[in-house]
Design a protein around this ligand. Structure first.
Ligand code: 6PG
Length: 243
């Protein structure tokens, strides 16, 4: 059974996620002198970012030793309203002292293939090329269709076992092309935390966590870190007590 923690509301969920960020960051910095985290896109992470940018969490992180990556990005310029980088910059990075050189955004202004290749090079240069990059923490969201990052139902990327990063063309669920980490990197992480809120996701969450295994239809089911912790942080609206 997955590790699921349910919180009464979005603020409590955001604070729990901020506590997780702070505790993993402290451990990583103490052990390795740095903390590597991949942020998620969408709207759910906004309250988390605001908590991290505020007291008491802001002063509990050694931001100079934090390296920020992304789980996925939309192929739009970094100042576009759809940009996951812009959302993170506005809600978190403009408010904490992460050195600019520690912010490793996916270059949405490029085309998806170029941006994926460039991001894979960044990961290889940073983590080395021995094997898939092992991030200390990856935050993920879940769509109402069960997608996570930009891994959508039926995508060929759900079977990807070699590439770390891939482009995602436009399709029925993808209004703009995207770049995403593949399951190879997601499952190499030391910690993966899904943040899920809202009644609209309750049925899908139940299906993913308590239903049958059908990862090609429910990509979030693919996330099972080989040597890491997987935790679901959800609000009561998304889990009205059945999990
Ligand atoms: C994205 C995200 C995506 C998101 C889910 C949930 O770029 O959109 O990576 O996977 O996490 O779609 O989005 P919400 O948090 O907005 O519900």
């Amino acid at each position: 059974m997955a590790e699921v923690h349910t919180y009464p509301d979005v603020v409590a969920l955001a604070r729990a996620a901020a506590e997780l960020f702070v505790s993993i960051a402290s451990e990583a910095v103490a052990a390795r002198g740095r903390f590597t985290v991949a942020l998620s896109g969408g709207s759910t992470p906004r309250p988390l970012h605001r908590e991290l940018a505020s007291d008491p969490f802001r002063d509990r992180v050694e931001w100079a030793k934090v390296h920020v990556f992304w789980g996925d990005e939309r192929m739009v310029p970094p100042n576009h309203e759809m940009s996951n980088y812009r959302m993170a910059r506005e809600t978190l990075l403009d408010h904490v002292p992460v050195p600019p050189q520690n912010v490793h955004r996916i270059h949405g202004e490029l085309d998806a293939v170029q941006a994926a290749a460039r991001y894979a090079d960044v990961l290889r240069d940073f983590f080395g090329s021995a094997g898939p990059p092992r991030l200390d923490l990856i935050f993920l969201g879940m769509g109402t269709d069960g997608h996570t990052a930009s891994l959508f139902p039926g995508s060929a990327l759900l079977k990807e076992r070699r590439r770390w990063v891939a482009g995602v063309p436009c399709g029925q669920a993808v209004e703009v092309p995207r770049v995403t980490l593949t399951p190879v990197v997601l499952n190499a992480a030391a910690n993966v935390a899904f943040l899920v809120k809202g009644a609209a996701k309750a049925g899908r969450l139940q299906e993913i966590l308590a239903g049958s295994e059908k990862p090609r239809e429910l990509p979030a089911q693919l996330v099972e870190p080989e040597d890491g912790r997987l935790v679901w942080l959800v609000d009561r609206a998304a889990n009205p007590g059945r999990l």
